[in-house]
Design a binder for this molecule. Structure first.
Ligand code: HEM
Length: 146
């Protein structure tokens, strides 16, 4: 007789382990996202780039909370494709650097040192790959929307 393999996901155990190790929870991530985009919206350089494209903030904040929940807590809550959304933005590495500075400061004031280290590491990696995508698009001559 074959015994069926368990079909339940390992995700809840993984999420619990990450949470115990870093202090990150859905609540902490929601606070991080809301504080971060509050600062971004008020930033003189980055604020206008977002303001031109995001008129309805609550759905964006909900999407970003799901994104960070997936990236940091491995919950699989985000189903989207960030790269195309960034490819035609009028940005250089200086914009990503500024984004990262604000993100690091917000993570350090919101999370435990272990939690901040995890989300900052992920943000730095993703920022580099999004920057590469914008450079590829600019090199390929895709018109930049300003
Ligand atoms: C210069 C830096 C950045 C700018 C100006 C920027 C701008 C934006 C804008 C305007 C949107 C909304 C796009 C739309 O709905 O049409 C967006 C979405 C998003 N951004 Fe960024 N972003 C930046 C960096 C980053 C970084 C570093 C990350 C990840 C660590 C990130 C993750 C996302 C995600 C996940 C979305 C949602 C995509 C979706 O619709 O599913 N962004 N960003």
């Amino acid at each position: 007789m074959t015994i069926p393999a368990p079909t339940h996901s390992l995700r809840p155990a993984l999420t619990a382990e990450i949470s115990a190790r870093t202090g990150l929870t859905e609540q902490v991530i929601e606070t991080l996202v809301h504080r971060f985009y509050g600062k971004i919206a008020a930033d003189p350089v980055l604020g206008p780039i977002f303001a031109e494209r995001i008129t309805d903030w609550p759905p964006h904040l909900a999407r970003m909370t799901a994104f960070w929940s997936s990236v940091a807590l491995m919950t699989g809550r985000y189903h989207g494709a960030p790269v195309p959304k960034h490819m035609n933005l009028p940005v250089t590495w200086d914009h990503f650097d500024r984004w990262l500075d604000i993100f690091r400061a917000t993570a350090l004031e919101t999370c435990t040192p272990e939690g901040a280290a995890l989300v900052i590491d992920r943000a730095e990696r993703i920022a580099r790959s999004l920057h590469m995508a914008t450079q590829d698009a600019q090199r390929a001559g895709v018109p930049v929307l300003r």
